[in-house]
Design a protein around this ligand. Sequence first.
Ligand code: ZN
Length: 481
Amino acid sequence: MTHPASTSTPSIAALAVAIGLTIGVGSPAARADEAASADSSLEATLSSLRQAGLDDEVAYDLVRSLTVEVGSRFAGSAGDRRAVAWATQKMEELGLENVRTEPVVVPRWIRGEAEAEILTPHPQKLILTALGGSIGTSEAGISAPILHVPSLDALEAIADEEVRGKIVFFDQSMSRQRDGSGYGQTVGIRSRGPSRAAAKGAIAVLIRSVGTGTHRFPHTGGTRYAEEVAKIPAAALAVPDADLLAAQFDYGKPVQVRLRLTSRDAGEAMSANVIGEVIGRERPDEIVLLAAHLDSWDLGTGAIDDGAGCATMMRVAQMLRELPQAPRRTVRVVLFANEEFGLSGARAYAEAHADDIEKHVIGIESDFGAGRIWRFRTAIDPSALSQTEVLRTALEPLDVEWGGNEARGGADLSPLRRASMPVADLSQDGTLYFDYHHTDDDTLDKIEPAALSQNVASYALFAYWAAETEADFGRVTPPAR
Ligand SMILES: [Zn+2]
């Protein structure tokens, strides 16, 4: 469609402001009227976007299309390439502007097969999956005694000779929280556990899945081998299987397990960040960044992680594109490549845009499923906080509360955040998110359409406000890590 903004006639006052001639335009009262009418038109647009978001069915159709027509899309896989083509075509169909891809080199890793069984005291099969990046075992597998430890700290307190030659089993439970904070408290066993155990002489690692599900779905996720330590195979047990393995210790006998993984690295592959825009009518070079990640783990169909985020951001941009006039600033949707296995797309984007990072006035990411949004936070210059009030008021009917100026931003925003880009968070209710996260069970049926629509409404309000407001969000020093 053509864009009406290019043909609309700006008001005299707006035109005067645009060309820097504010002197002599109307009386102070007229200028106050102009400001009041700008406020009421902002409020009216927010109100209509909120209703359109709540009525929306397009985002659900998009995530259904992605999960049905593409499915899993792990970095560098055939599904990843199909996803890039899918997103490019959909953005074109939605009428976004400047639709393009930017190349990203991604590491390629093959999961292979995972098998494990308890050998003693009570032989049983275990359900598990490799941690992302794990090396494989030998073809025959590894048979070894299990060292049962409740945490990384507990392992550090054990003498190396007790660890040497064993399979370390990190048995730490994740708590269920609306804000997902249980994840950060537990994920260290997955990301750092294997190298911590290897440094003390362990030959493999099993972890209790970092998740809250009670079904027999193991939760994968990336592990990070430390440079100076031997790489050892590492896998996650489904939660009931972690319970089963832990219960073997009740008998006072040695617990032995056989583990076989055929995971392997497979070099590098090409992927891409997929980008589409709504070009700003007054400040096209200023960018409001809407982020999600296009890749998924290889297990499920990536509905909640992060098909929902992709669909939300694409639909929100389309809603802004269809307004009678575009907002002042450019709204740019970036669907990042390979968030899950090393943030390749986020790093490539920050490098490719190093010269105009300061033009990214604020960023937000949806990467926490499709639960209802319950909180809005920012990390902007405090002088701009009063300007958030119109948005906070607009979010109230959606039951979104204000959470202060300590937003963290999503993982894909972290390189831009290090370059001082302001960020905001619209926090989804994560109570159920970690039942499905990084499992075979991350599928479309886990998305509640009404909750997804509430997401669309919330992000649409944020995106329009951030692109339309005159507020200067400044540059924000990221928190020390
Ligand atoms: Zn994600």
